[in-house]
Design a protein around this ligand. Structure first.
Ligand code: GUN
Ligand code: ZN
Length: 459
């Protein structure tokens, strides 16, 4: 990607360093043995300058060169990992997470659309955006690909709050011109114009990135999908998000609505929507040909296990998707409010079970990869996100292996770093996030008395 149009709105403390056990991925554990993929330093020093990791290595090696003025933070009781990446989430659905009793299409009508209608009120959007960003940071998620609502001010509210935290977020206005309640509909033309204005306002402003967001094929006419394809040419480095093959009833409906298309994915391909930086949510009921198309296009799939289980959508075939013969880029999505937690540790807990039900074992290294470097690769942002390495943006999470009495007891019996990570992804959630750093600035501290969240301040 080319550099940002404008510098970040907030500058982090010029120099800060974190000390403690550090773990990140340097290669794909679905293609290589886990041991070849891990970067593990038992007592690391991570030196951060101007929001970027300047150096990382054993504390004993780097400490002698450390300036005495540096702000050195001791995290030796924690586990330092890259900030988590959520490849698919809806911020306006926070108010109906955990809604009882339906599958996708009925769930949209009964719960989702009514919730999204309440975002006609800009003050409501601002309130929920503030809560949502804080819940992400509390869960250790520092980058997310986010659906707003059809209302442009829902996007302004989200990016404005993200800019205050200086988080790298990807988001966009939902496009819908049919098959939804009238107050949530735009038109192909209006959706285009509103999206183009939002792109001009927000794309690459500081760390914010814009995502063209047709909700899914049933709620857009062919004209609107074509307009979405045209929007992708409005600026460099734009993203595309939508839903794909989540539920059998939905797949059948798409077949009826687009009889000329060879497949659900082909509906999007015909509009020019399948390319690098395209992210398709769910992809539970896809075929081998769809995996091949995504592989060739460099498109990503978002594995959303808590949602696919909660809504009874089905089991995503992760190990088929990442087959090294034609690997598809896969990120991990919470899909709140279809999903039941914003914690990527909880997503991994469910991803392990989904893998088990499809005859596979998702190991801890593969799990950590999905939530960090794998997500960054799926978004084509792996030149800057997802690793603890020099030159990477310093979005960092400190996990607490003793966060709960049970974790404290269980982790006493862990014999390896892999076992520790596996237990964290099975038993952990937001309670296991001790601190979150965004571009090197401490924005969330679980144990701080008073306000736990802080906007980065000028140096
Ligand atoms: N398909 C179309 N819209 C949605 C949504 O909001 N959530 C989920 N899970 N699937 C969708
Ligand atoms: Zn979704």
């Amino acid at each position: 990607m080319t550099p940002e149009r404008t510098p970040p709105a907030r500058t982090p403390p010029a120099r800060i360093a974190l000390r403690g056990p550090a773990l990140s991925l340097k290669a794909d554990p679905f293609a290589l043995p886990a041991g070849d993929c891990l970067d593990h330093i038992e007592d690391a020093l991570i030196v951060i300058e101007d929001g970027v990791i300047a150096a990382i290595g054993p504390y004993a090696d780097l400490a002698p060169g450390l300036s005495p003025e540096i702000d050195l933070i001791d995290h030796r009781t924690g586990l330092i990992v890259p900030g988590f990446i959520d490849a698919h989430v809806h911020y306006p659905q926070l108010q109906m997470i955990g809604a009882y009793g339906t599958q996708l299409l009925e769930w949209l009508d009964a719960y989702t659309f009514p919730a999204e209608m309440s975002f006609a009120d800009a003050a409501h959007a601002e309130r929920v955006a503030g809560l949502f960003l804080r819940e992400l940071l509390r869960a250790g998620t520092t980058t997310a690909m986010v659906y707003c609502t059809v209302h442009p001010h829902s996007v302004d509210a989200f990016f404005a709050e993200s800019e205050r935290f200086n988080t790298r977020m990807i988001a966009g206005k939902v496009l819908m011109d049919r098959n939804a309640p009238a107050p949530l509909l735009d038109t192909a033309q209006r959706g285009f114009e509103e999206s183009a204005a939002l792109i001009a306002r927000w794309h690459r402003r500081g760390r914010q990135l814009y995502c063209v967001t047709p909700r899914f094929a049933p709620t857009s006419t062919e004209a609107q999908l074509d307009a979405a394809g045209a929007l992708l040419h409005e600026a460099n480095g734009l993203f595309l998000q939508t839903h794909l093959c989540e539920n059998p009833g939905e797949v059948e409906w798409v077949r009826e609505l687009f009889p000329a298309r060879a497949s659900y994915l082909d509906v999007y391909a015909a509009a020019g929507l399948v390319g690098p930086r395209s992210m398709f949510g769910h992809a539970v009921h896809v075929h081998e040909g769809d995996f091949c198309t995504c592989h060739q296009a460099g498109a990503g799939l978002a594995h959303c296990p808590t949602s696919n289980l909660f809504l009874g959508s089905g089991l995503f075939r992760l190990f088929e998707a990442v087959d090294p013969r034609r690997p598809v880029r896969v990120g991990l999505g919470t899909d709140v409010g279809g999903g039941t937690s914003l914690s990527q540790l909880q997503s991994l807990n469910e991803a392990y079970k989904v893998a088990a039900l499809t005859g596979h074992k998702l190991n801890a290294v593969q799990g950590l990869y999905l939530a960090t470097l794998g997500g960054a690769r799926a978004l084509h942002l792996d030149d800057r996100l997802g690793r603890l390495a020099p030159g990477y943006e310093a979005d960092i999470v400190v996990l607490d292996p003793k966060a709960t009495p049970l974790l404290g007891f269980r982790t006493d019996y862990c014999n390896s770093i892999e076992e520790l990570v596996f237990v964290l992804m099975t038993l952990g959630d937001d309670r296991a996030v001790r601190a979150t750093y965004v571009a090197g600035a401490p924005v969330y501290d679980r144990d701080r008395t008073g306000e736990r969240f802080r906007y980065p301040t000028h140096a």
